[in-house]
Design a protein around this ligand. Sequence first.
Ligand SMILES: Nc1ncnc2c1ncn2[C@@H]1O[C@H](COP(=O)(O)OP(=O)(O)OP(=O)(O)O)[C@@H](O)[C@H]1O
Ligand SMILES: [Mg+2]
Length: 277
Amino acid sequence: MKAAAPDAFQEMPLAKIIAVHSVKGGSGKTSLALNLAGVAALARQRDTLLWDLDAQGSSTFLCSDHPVVLGAKSVFERKIGPASLIAKTQWAKLDVITADLSLRQVEHVLQDIQKPKRLKKIIKQLSPSYDVVILDCPPGLSEVNDQVFEAADMLLVPVTPNPLGLRAFEQIQVYLAERGGRPLEIFPLISMADKRKLLHRSFLEAHQDWPVLPMSSRIENVAVRRAPVEAFAVRSREAEILRDIWGDITKRLAEIESRRNVDQHRGRPRIPKSSAS
Ligand SMILES: Nc1ncnc2c1ncn2[C@@H]1O[C@H](COP(=O)(O)OP(=O)(O)OP(=O)(O)O)[C@@H](O)[C@H]1O
Ligand SMILES: [Mg+2]
C-alpha cells in the first residue's frame, strides 16, 4: 500500500479549524467531514472535534449514540457552554458537538445578537483541548455559514462533477469575494466522481489539480456502519485517498501558518541592531 501523505500538524501550535461547506445540498459534506475526522483521529492520532452545525444532525447520528439533548442553539445564545454538548465517540481521539432540531432557530438567534464572531469565540474556548476542529456545515449561505467564514482557517468544498456542482462552487467564491473581510483559504475537491460517465471524465480533465473522491459504495456505507472509512476499511483504496487528501489539507494549513508568521513578523516594529544588543 502506498504511504499516506504526511500530516503537517506537528508544525502548528493552535487548533486548526476546517469547515466542510457547500452551497449545494447532498454534495457529500457530512460524509467527507466524518471521514476526514476519522483520518485525523484514528490514522494520525490528532485530538479531533467534529462540530455538527446542521439541524439535520447527520454527523451526530453517524458517530454518537448519545441521546439528543435540545441544546445546540443555546450554545450560540451563551446559555450553556459548548463543553456540555461535547459527546465522546467510540474512538478515543474523536469527540463530537451534537446537533439537534433547536438549530433550526439559530438563524434568528444570530440575526438578533449581531455578533459575527460568536462561533469563532466559542471555538477559541475549546481549541486548547484539540488539534483540529472540523465543522460540518448546513448547505446554503445562512447566518451560521457566515459565522463559519469568520471562524475557519480553511473552507473545504466538495464539488459534484457536473454544471450545478461547479455553479455552487463559483457561487461561494463570488460570495466570499464580495463579502470582503478576512481572506479564507478555499480547498475544492471533486466529490462522488464516477469515471464511467463522460460528463464526470471531462470534468476531471478540466480540473486536474483538484483531489478526487470517487463515487463508492464503501463511502456510502459510512451511513450503514455509522463509522468513518478509516475505522472499518483501513486498507481500502478509499481510505488511502482520504489519507492523501488529509495530507494535502495539512500541508496547505502549514503553508497558511508559515505565511501568517512571516506577516506577523513583518508587522513588528524593527529594532535597530545597535540598540538591540
Ligand atoms: N463518495 C461517495 N460515494 C457514494 N455515496 C456518497 C459519497 N459521498 C456521499 N455519499 C452519499 O450521498 C448522500 C449525501 O451525502 P452527505 O449526507 O454526506 O451530503 P451532504 O452534503 O452532507 O448533504 P446535506 O446538504 O443534506 O447536509 C448520502 O447518502 C451519502 O451516503
Ligand atoms: Mg450534511
